[in-house]
Write a protein that binds this ligand. Structure first.
Ligand SMILES: CC(C)(COP(=O)(O)OP(=O)(O)OC[C@H]1O[C@@H](n2cnc3c(N)ncnc32)[C@H](O)[C@@H]1OP(=O)(O)O)[C@@H](O)C(=O)NCCC(=O)NCCS
Length: 265
């Protein structure tokens, strides 16, 4: 019942906001029934202000509040969210903001030479700490960053995926990045997370093009970009990567994909 109390938005169906005790999730068809039952059980004095409660009036009440200024004001006051949403849910994954507690699990990934073979070097402890701090700053500055990727079934942290602003051949551009623990490679997790991030970005930012870039040898990365509906738009010399590939998808291409090919969105 707690989960009923607040709702995010009709337009962002895969967003969830987790607080210490509450899950704020999108409105669902069955919610008016639950709300009706809930309100009907309240004591009379608590019932004031809700005269003549019916299932239909519950539905109307929910519809009016979802996404309203008042709704977000309540969220900000109660949960100190600053209107920012913290959670994306997919079939098997939750994407949430990093916390300093993720250090050990992240370090296992970023310090592994095989995982980081397309990077100049694996990360040390200081580099890993900086990675988390950089993303906490990103959330504040942009409202997005790399988000921790967690298995819904077990709660295990298995990597990250999200958007950061990257220098791609001299231009600062929004880039979808992903890093998955090697024991979970080739099970479609990067693809699943990247698609959700792409959808989130087109739904919640003004960007009309989203990018992924990588060292030319990083086939897993560029295949994930392709699985995310992106096409190669550039190949350029890059001191860090020898040669980098840039992949991209436009908002228009994404809209077309949604119309034509539901299983890639
Ligand atoms: C790149 C990475 C995130 C892919 O994660 P993953 O969960 O194994 O990827 P998925 O299982 O979702 O696969 C996505 C696509 O890439 C393909 N793919 C993944 N790894 C591959 C590899 N090593 N070689 C060739 N293709 C690969 C998959 O077959 C799939 O393609 P499909 O949709 O056509 O079947 C993972 O290899 C990784 O964490 N690498 C180290 C960090 C890194 O380099 N990140 C990218 C920085 S630019």
């Amino acid at each position: 019942m707690e989960a009923l109390i607040a709702f995010i938005s009709f337009e962002v169906p895969d967003m969830k906001l987790f607080t210490e005790r509450l899950i704020l999730r999108p409105f669902q068809e069955t919610d008016p029934d639950d709300l009706y039952e809930f309100l009907s059980q309240l004591e009379n004095d608590e019932f004031e202000g809700y005269p003549g409660i019916t299932r239909e009036s519950c539905l109307e009440h929910l519809k009016q509040r979802v996404g309203s200024e008042e709704f977000y004001a309540i969220l900000e006051k109660e949960y100190n969210t600053e209107g920012r949403l913290h959670m994306i849910e997919t079939e098997r994954l939750l994407l949430r903001e990093y916390t300093p507690d993720d250090f050990d699990a992240l370090y296992e990934i970023l310090s592994d030479p095989e995982t980081m073979r397309h990077y100049p070097a694996p990360y040390d402890e200081a580099g890993t700490r900086h990675w988390i701090e950089w993303n906490l700053e990103n959330y504040t500055q942009y409202g997005f960053g790399l988000w921790a990727v967690v298995l819904k079934e077990t709660g295990e942290f298995i990597g990250d995926c999200g958007i950061t602003i990257q220098n791609i051949d001299g231009k600062m551009l929004p880039e979808i990045g992903y890093h998955i623990h090697k024991k979970y490679w080739r099970r479609g997790f990067a693809k699943e997370a990247a698609r959700a991030v792409r959808n989130w970005a087109f739904q919640n930012t003004e960007y009309n093009v989203l990018y992924s870039y990588m060292k030319h040898t990083n086939e897993g990365s560029w295949r994930t970009a392709m699985a995310n509906g992106m096409k190669k738009v550039k190949e350029y010399p890059d001191p860090k990567n020898t040669i980098s590939y840039a992949f991209a998808i436009t908002r228009e291409e994404w809209e077309n994909l949604k119309r034509k090919n539901a299983d890639i969105v």
